[in-house]
Design a protein around this ligand. Sequence first.
Ligand SMILES: [Zn+2]
Length: 102
Amino acid sequence: MFGGVDSDPFLYLAIALLVAFVVQGVLSYLSQRKSGSEQERPMQILVVVTCTNCGHSETTNFTEGMFVGRVVGSCPKCGGKLIVSKIFTQPIQQSLKTGPQR
Ligand SMILES: [Zn+2]
């Protein structure tokens, strides 16, 4: 632990205030989301990757670190470079429901 300052009342007060502030912020954020229930559908991020050689393109799930122009693999058809050409979001369809990846 922290040597020396083991019982500083101001430190605990500051921490308590900070926690209360964060909790209040989270609660107000959640209540705001509930009130605006029109956009309740969860969104998923999809990425279109395109082969720079033959033009083959496919849609995959977004993974961390992807950005437009990045080489993400090789083309299954010709072996050329596959680059991210488009990143977009769409509502998650119930039939394609997948667990959150974190
Ligand atoms: Zn190709």
